[in-house]
Design a binder for this molecule. Sequence first.
Ligand code: RRO
Length: 300
Amino acid sequence: MAALELCGVPLRGPVLNGSGTFDAIAARRAFGDALFERFPFDAFVSKTITLEPRQGNPPPRLWETPAGMINSIGLPNKGLEGFLASDLPELAPLPVPLVVSVMGFSRDELAQLVAAVDDRDEVAMLELNVSCPNVETGLVMGADPAETALAVERVRSETAKPLVLKLTPNATDPAAVAAAAEGAGADAVSLVNTLKGMALDPETGDPWLGGRTGGVSGPAIRAIALEQVAAVASRVEIPVIGMGGIASGRQAADFMDAGATAVAIGTESFRDPAAGCRIAAELADLSLSRGTRPTSSTTV
Ligand code: RRO
C-alpha cells in the first residue's frame, strides 16, 4: 500500500537515494533477489546520464574529509543510447518507482534527453541535474534563477512526467532558484547537491583530485543542507526532497520538520549499502513515538 504520493507517484515511504550514490545494477549482481526483497529505498534515482557517453574525470576522484568526502567523478556514463539499451532494462524490474536523472550541456541537449526518457513507461519521474559541481554547465544553469527558468521552460513541453529539479547549494540564493523552477513548471525540487570543495596533495601542495576541485558531501554539510531545505520549503509550494549528510532517522526527521516531503540518502550508503532500510525504520519508529506519521496518509 502506498504510504505517500510524490508528484502523483505512489511511494511506500519517503526515503530515496541521492543520484549516483547507490549502484542498483551492481548491487543486484552482488545480492541477487535479496536486494529486491529488501530494497533500501522507496524510489530509485539513477546516476545522471548525458546525451553522449563520458569517461569522467581523471583519477584520483575521491578525497576523505572529516565527516565527509569530496568527489570529482565527472559524470562518467554510457550516454543516452547506452543507458536506454543496457541500464534501463536492468533498472526497470526494481520494486520501486524509477527516477531518471539527466544533465545537458545546453537546453536543447536537456530537451533531447527528456523527450527520449519520456517515451519509456518504466520511468516514473525525471530529475534534471543542473547542479553537478564537476562540470562547468551545472554551475551556470543551476546557480542562476533566470537560467534555471529557461531550462525548465525548454523541457516542460517535452514530458508529462513529473520533473524534479536538483538544486545546487553553490548558489547565492537557492530559494530564488527553486522559486524560478517552480514558476517555470517544475513539479518538485531536490537539494542539496554537493558543495564545491578542494583538497591538496600533502606532499606536493597541488590539487589532489584529477578534476582539481570536487563536491563535498556527508555529515560535514548537513547543517548547511538543512538551512537551505528550510529556506526553499518556505518559499515554494511544490514538494521538496531534502538531502545532505543524512545518516539516521533522527536526521531525516529534521529535514522533514524543515519542510521536506521526502529525503534522500547519499554518502551514508557508501559506508553502509543498507543504510536506507535502517534510516527508514528509524524514521518510522520516531514518527510513531511522536504521534505524527509523516510516512502515512500524506499526499502532495
Ligand atoms: O559525477 C559527478 O562528479 C557528480 C555529479 Br553528476 C553530481 O551531480 N554531484 C556530484 O557531487 N558529483
